[in-house]
Ligand binder design. Structure first.
Ligand code: FA5
Length: 373
């Protein structure tokens, strides 16, 4: 059942008289003209054009009029509401452009204000060390080569002459992402060293080849003062005609002098890596005591533990089997490679005793390295 008709039916309603509508319209126009801000105008819009405004309520009364009176009342109220809506939108435009002008003036940047009070960000010391090491090789003419951190087992081990049952595979304590069922030929690992980039470079780049590969490596080593399950290495590889151990030694010496100090001697001692033959570990003369701690009466040295030498890298001549696996003729070409830990280089260079300082993200540690960017 429909609601009963309004009690004033069928009389004309006072709110719809020409005077009442004109008064409501004039009051609205005056309020709109008086609005000084967009917030004021919003309040005026609610009061004079909202659902509870005099003109909206008058509009709602039209339906209760006798049919013959509706058209005229509708025209009157409609015209008044249009006037109010038009005035509102004009005022809105004026107030918005005033606001925009004010914002442009008030929010101007004062380029004369002092600017260097907020601390600037900086690259992490490990990143800085990696870039510095890379720069040393780039300055010697090497190109930067990169490879994936999630690597095919074939690149990480097989192509580097690690046989399937070689104990070195376990020695490296590998994180396996997928077993050999992942593909017909190879499982997937988190790379345990940057040496797979050697293979990728030899397979894809023209000879002669001089590349340096910095990057992240993963081993399931427990976190302690000198080991982390995630760390960085940098590796250099040269393949050319007639390269010998003397070239390897020359590259290592140039690198050590550039990174740790002029005139530091280096020492190679036999070691074993399946992908280099012969292989060696590289030590350099301690850059802090320069061997003085080993001489009678010399003060003890914390950095080399008074040994006079610090082990820094593994190296060797690229194993001819690896060259063959990459389609390179070992009778014509020979190569050398060496690789070292970036955190370890940072620790040696700056006397840091705990690798955990390099990964905990404490700004007090990073700050000591300055704001180099
Ligand atoms: C290798 O990984 C060889 N690929 C290096 C190489 C390259 C030899 C080219 C010959 C030719 P090794 O396993 O020794 O070698 O690791 C090299 C360096 O990585 C170490 O000397 C050490 O500085 C760093 N390193 C290894 N494991 C960790 C670890 N868990 N945390 C931090 N640094 C590590």
């Amino acid at each position: 059942m429909s609601a009963p008709n309004k009690q004033y039916d069928p009389v004309e309603v006072a709110a719809l008289s020409a005077e009442a509508v004109a008064a409501a319209r004039d009051e609205a126009l005056a309020a709109i003209a008086a609005a000084r801000s967009l917030d004021d105008l919003k309040a005026v819009r609610v009061a004079h054009a909202g659902d509870r405004s005099a003109l909206a309520l008058a509009n709602a009364e039209i339906g209760a009029l006798p049919p013959q009176a509706r058209a005229e009342a509708g025209k009157r109220v409609g015209a008044a509401r249009r006037d109010v809506a038009q005035a509102l939108s004009q005022r809105q435009e004026v107030l918005e452009s005033e606001r925009d002008r004010r914002v442009l003036e008030e929010e101007r940047v004062d380029v004369t204000l002092p600017w260097d009070r907020a601390p600037r960000g900086a690259e992490h010391p490990v990143t800085m060390t990696s870039q510095r090491l890379t720069d040393v090789f780039v300055a010697m003419g090497y190109e930067v080569a990169e490879g994936p951190e999630v690597e095919a087992e074939w690149y990480n081990f097989d192509a580097l002459n690690f046989p399937p049952d070689h104990p070195a595979r376990e020695m490296q304590d590998t994180f396996f992402v997928a077993g050999p069922e992942a593909s017909a030929r190879s499982g997937i690992v988190l790379r345990t060293h940057t040496s797979p980039v050697q293979i990728r470079a030899m397979l894809t780049r023209p000879l002669p080849l001089y590349v340096v590969s910095p990057g992240k490596c993963f081993r399931s080593d427990a976190l302690d003062a000198t080991h982390s399950p995630v760390f960085h290495q940098i590796e250099c590889l040269a393949v050319d005609e007639g390269l010998t151990m003397a070239d390897l030694r020359g590259a290592i010496n140039a690198f050590v002098e550039a990174m740790f100090g002029e005139g530091l001697r280096t020492r190679l001692r036999p070691d074993f890596f399946p992908f280099t033959e012969p292989s060696a570990d590289v030590s350099m003369e301690c850059h802090v005591c320069r061997g003085a701690s080993t001489r009678p009466g010399g003060a003890p040295c914390r950095v080399c533990r008074s040994q006079g030498w610090i082990e820094i890298a593994g190296c060797g001549m690229v194993n001819p089997k690896v060259l063959v696996a990459c389609g390179i003729d070992p009778d014509r070409y020979s190569g050398f490679a060496f690789g070292l830990g970036i955190e370890r280089s940072l620790m040696i260079r700056h006397g840091v005793t705990d690798i955990r300082d390099t990964l905990e993200g404490d700004v007090r540690f990073s700050r000591a390295f300055g704001m180099e960017i």
